[in-house]
Ligand binder design. Structure first.
Ligand code: GAR
Length: 216
């Protein structure tokens, strides 16, 4: 018996390297999510070309063409519904979403953030991790809630911070971890193994913590 794969959209604003990792994972027909749409709020985002090259439908909904956030989001929502989307992955999507959109997609909307939440919410996470002198840094896939860079954590990956790291070298190490983490996290959500309970994600059968990746 085959199980239906969850129809998934990826929302991007830029280069789309996490998007590319998700597309690669979903190219395997046994993966529990199928990518049915890549949508960018920025015309010409490099990720759009990468998605098109992978044979996926792409769409630009330029936020600048709308008078306010909600009308932009209503256009995004209509595109997602038209494509039959069940799950939405934010992958470097640099627009803050309104409570309306978040409520509409609650439990079906995940994001990747380049820090070990709840540390370093917001921007410039790698600079701030170095400035604080933390020795472990990483990335988090989480459900989206109205608070920015908060919400039930699906999975995290940790990397070391080395003494001679610059924000760029640390960002590159974290990005590699992101590319391993996001496909794992989407698989957990799409397969129904990761479920939100009382504001936290419970992963079925995670006695060995498959949702925590350590450095290679
Ligand atoms: C990634 O590092 C992602 O974690 C970050 O933007 C980058 C996008 O790269 N997202 C955020 O900072 C969201 N708060 P990509 O376009 O190559 O995937």
């Amino acid at each position: 018996m085959t199980t239906a794969r969850r129809k998934t959209a990826i929302l991007i604003s830029g280069r789309g390297s996490n998007m590319t990792a998700l597309i690669a994972a979903a190219a395997d027909t046994s993966y529990p999510a199928e990518i049915v749409l890549v949508l960018s709020n920025r015309p010409g985002a490099p990720g759009l070309d990468r998605a098109a090259a992978a044979g996926l439908p792409t769409l630009t909904v330029d936020h600048k063409a709308f008078p306010d956030r909600e009308s932009f989001e209503r256009a995004v929502d209509a595109a997602l519904v038209a494509a039959g989307v069940e799950l939405v992955c934010l992958a470097g999507f640099m627009r803050v979403l309104t409570p309306w959109f978040i409520a509409r997609w609650a439990g079906r909307l995940i994001n990747i953030h380049p820090s070990l939440m709840p540390s370093f919410r917001g921007l410039h996470t790698h600079e701030r991790a170095i400035a604080e002198g933390v020795k472990i840094h990483g990335c988090t896939v989480h459900h989206v809630v109205p608070d920015v860079d908060a919400g039930p954590i699906v999975a995290q990956a940790a990397v070391p911070v080395l003494s001679d790291d610059t924000p760029d070298t640390l960002a590159a190490r974290v990005l590699e971890a992101e590319h391993r983490l996001y496909p794992l996290a989407l698989a957990l959500v799409a397969s129904g193994r990761a479920v939100v309970e009382d504001g936290r994600v419970r992963v079925a059968g995670d006695a060995a913590s498959p949702a925590l990746l350590s450095p290679n």
